[in-house]
Design a protein around this ligand. Structure first.
Ligand code: IMP
Ligand code: MG
Length: 176
């Protein structure tokens, strides 16, 4: 089987949409410092690009979570591999995700972080695959709603590869 990547969203279109999201977020958080939480590793590029376009005070924070198993299907249970190194009580927290698929990751994170009493807690995702939703969760900011295909690029990987593509592509497997 041979892999190939088909362009789904061009680099220019991603860039344009991220700029729009930055503008909207900047307006909503006027006068507030945003405690951004990047969910490693997939959201690294999205958070960086979004933050660069935000004319705003932000802090960078990181968490790593994993769902058990490592195929293209994420399964039920979520494990915190790396937690925040700061308290979020009283802060305006914005979780930055690459993609919401079943929604289990974000649902779990949202429940966990809200117990820590932030002043506010919102979710921002570059991509949303609503067809596959299992958990009851919705992002406050969504870049693109996409069909149920496995995508790579702009931080998203397949077996740790393709993260550095500047566009979003669909991974296809061809018979050789
Ligand atoms: P969820 O818990 O099912 O919403 O899974 C979300 C996580 O699964 C994302 O943060 C990604 O790491 C991974 N994921 C889901 N769909 C894709 C995809 O199409 N490409 C790459 N990673 C994906
Ligand atoms: Mg992820």
């Amino acid at each position: 089987m041979k892999e190939r990547v088909e362009v789904l969203i061009s680099a220019a279109d991603v860039d344009k949409r991220v700029a729009q999201m930055a503008e909207e977020i900047g307006r909503d958080y006027a006068g507030k410092e945003i405690f951004m939480i990047c969910i490693l590793k997939g959201s690294v590029i999205f958070m960086s690009e979004l933050a660069k376009k935000l004319n705003h005070e932000v802090t960078f924070n990181f968490m790593k979570v994993s769902s058990y198993g490592n195929s293209t299907e994420s399964c039920g249970r979520i494990k915190i591999d790396m937690d925040l190194d700061e308290h979020i009580k009283g802060k305006d927290v914005l979780i930055i995700e690459d993609i919401v698929d079943t929604g289990r990751t974000l649902k779990h994170l949202k429940d966990l972080l809200s117990l820590r009493e932030p002043a506010s807690l919102k979710l921002c995702t570059l991509l949303d695959k609503p067809d596959r939703r299992v958990a009851d969760v919705e992002a406050d900011y969504t870049g693109f709603v996409i069909p149920d295909d496995f995508v790579v690029g702009y931080g998203l990987d397949y077996a740790q590869r393709y993260r550095n593509l500047d566009y979003i592509g669909v991974l296809r497997f061809d018979e050789e």
